[in-house]
Design a protein around this ligand. Structure first.
Ligand code: NAP
Length: 484
């Protein structure tokens, strides 16, 4: 069964913040990979925009350096690099000023798709949207792509939505959550809704609990000042982890189209229980041989911002009542890994002499590294000597299953940008989804702030504070090991 690849029409893509870190690390390298894979039409044009004083040649040279720096060594084809750089130009623009906009307008071609990527601070979203619209640069078919963070709380997210809605329809707005662009995340939907095997078991009758872990080994590094104003709840949980939870918990949409999928995700967010104080663990990494503490990294000995968060969460609907979701994310942990684990219940009755609570059927979905899925099953240990059982994984590492084609799996950003050009919003967050996520997040944060909660210290290279282990122990469960 091979689905048709939908061709990408010729386009003009303007990248505001074209000289910034995200553009250099992800956007331009991703676009190059699409060109190298033959997916980018030869007529595509990429226009960088920023305040820097630069001509086209200098900008192209800086992008050539970024490709060398951020794509794997030996991954560049000189002829294709030359073709790619030829597509690129630069406009000097101040998002809050008047200069440069008429130059940009002249550059935009007729009869091609127009997309504008706002890879800039959120405070510039509205000034750019306003100028694009009022100066007649973006028409009613143009698309805008906005980066995270989409708001700091419900009020600011509502204000952003309101401001963008003054100039663009919801169908033109693409809010990026790059987790949704990951191959395995989409595979989660393929596995759930493309097979008969899982969906009948996908509920609280058969699933004991679900764990979602996004662990990082890095600390806050040079982003300390920014991060300390945000914390793990706003930076990771409100968006990425909740989006993953939604894809696991949602009802089967009637169709795989943007609004059918997003309607179902929205219902999940609205069914989330509020979180009790006992069900949240917040932490900060302590100083150690591997580096300074979180407090030293952010330069504030009294900071109460969490860089580790674990919580137990309920989804109050018929499908999930009684099945907890455990979420965990943090910095400077044991290994860099992102995993969703669906832990099935034990068989109702065991005919073998084995202890209960083994939970041998675990569907584990790895987002990084080594994207893939694994299903734990119980089998008989080979050999004579009676019926001894062992748990073995049915492994589906994409790298192994797909062989050479695994190398072709596009990075999340490049896939999402191509979806923008195709006009497919399925993997982008709708405005009401973002607001619903903040409406759930705000009271949780307000709760710990009102209690004056102080995050617990944890060792670097560990699995987080001991309290986080207790969160599951007291329910008779265990976290999955954080391993690379
Ligand atoms: P950055 O490195 O600070 O780059 C900011 C870009 O905006 C630069 O190109 C800058 O160029 C331009 N800019 C700043 N003020 C401007 C103005 N008044 N008019 C026009 N251009 C202006 O930031 P970044 O890390 O690339 O992040 C960009 C956005 O993506 C932010 O919203 C960030 O939260 C989000 N994001 C970033 C990452 C990441 O990995 N970096 C990941 C997720 C989300 P000039 O100074 O030359 O104008």
């Amino acid at each position: 069964m091979v689905a048709r690849i939908i061709p990408v029409e010729p386009f003009d893509l303007v990248i505001f913040g074209g000289t910034g870190d995200l553009a250099r690390r992800k956007i331009f390298p991703g676009l190059y990979r699409r060109l190298a894979d033959g997916q980018m039409p030869a007529e595509a044009r990429l226009i960088g925009a920023a305040r820097a004083e630069m001509d086209d040649a200098a900008f192209r040279a800086s992008i050539a350096v970024a490709l060398e720096e951020f794509l794997p060594a030996g991954g560049l084809d000189p002829a294709k690099v030359a073709q790619f750089l030829d597509m690129i130009s630069f406009v000097q623009i101040d998002a809050t000023g008047d200069a440069g906009w008429s130059v940009l307008k002249k550059k935009m071609r007729r009869d091609v798709v127009h997309a504008f990527y706002f890879s800039v601070a959120p405070s510039l979203f509205e000034p750019i949207a306003k100028r694009l619209k009022e100066r007649g640069i973006a028409g009613s078919a143009a698309r805008i792509v906005v980066e995270k963070p989409f708001g700091h709380d419900l009020d600011s997210a509502r204000a952003l939505n309101r401001n963008l809605a003054c100039y663009f329809d919801e169908a033109q707005i693409y809010r990026i959550d790059h987790y949704l662009g990951k191959e395995t995340v989409q595979n989660l939907m393929a596995v759930r809704f493309g097979n008969m095997l899982f969906e009948p078991l996908w509920n609280s009758q058969y699933i004991d609990h679900i764990q979602i872990t996004v662990a990082e080994t890095v600390g806050v590094g040079g982003r300390g000042e920014y991060y300390d104003r945000v914390g793990a709840m706003r930076d990771m949980v409100q968006n990425h982890l909740l989006q993953l939870l939604c894809l696991i918990a949602m009802e089967p949409p009637a169709r795989y189209d943007p609004d059918s999928v997003r309607d179902e995700k929205l219902k999940v967010i609205r069914a989330l229980d509020s979180v009790e104080p006992d069900d949240i663990v917040r932490g900060q990494y302590a100083g150690g041989p591997d580096g300074p503490s979180y407090l030293e990294d952010v330069g504030d000995a009294k900071s109460r911002t969490e860089c580790f968060l674990a919580m137990r969460l309920g989804v109050s609907n018929w499908r999930w009542a009684g099945t907890p979701f455990y979420l965990r994310t943090g910095k400077r942990l044991k290994a860099r890994t992102s995993e969703i684990a669906i832990v099935f219940k034990d068989a109702p009755h065991s005919i073998f002499d084995v202890p209960r609570g083994r939970h041998s059927n675990i569907l584990s979905i790895r987002l990084q590294p080594n994207e893939g899925m694994q299903l734990g099953v119980t089998i008989k240990e080979p050999g004579p000597g009676g019926m001894r059982l062992i748990d073995v994984p049915l492994d589906m590492s994409f790298a192994e299953a797909l062989g050479e084609r695994a190398g072709e799996i596009p990075d999340a950003y490049e896939r999402l940008i191509m979806d923008v050009i195709r006009g497919n919003q399925t993997l982008f967050m709708r405005g009401d989804e973002v607001e619903a996520a903040w409406a759930w997040t705000d009271p949780v944060i307000a709760g710990w702030e009102a209690r004056g909660h102080i995050p617990s210290p944890y060792d670097q290279g560990s699995s987080g504070p001991d309290d986080a282990l207790m969160l599951l122990h007291r329910d008779g469960r265990r976290w999955r090991e954080i391993r690379p």
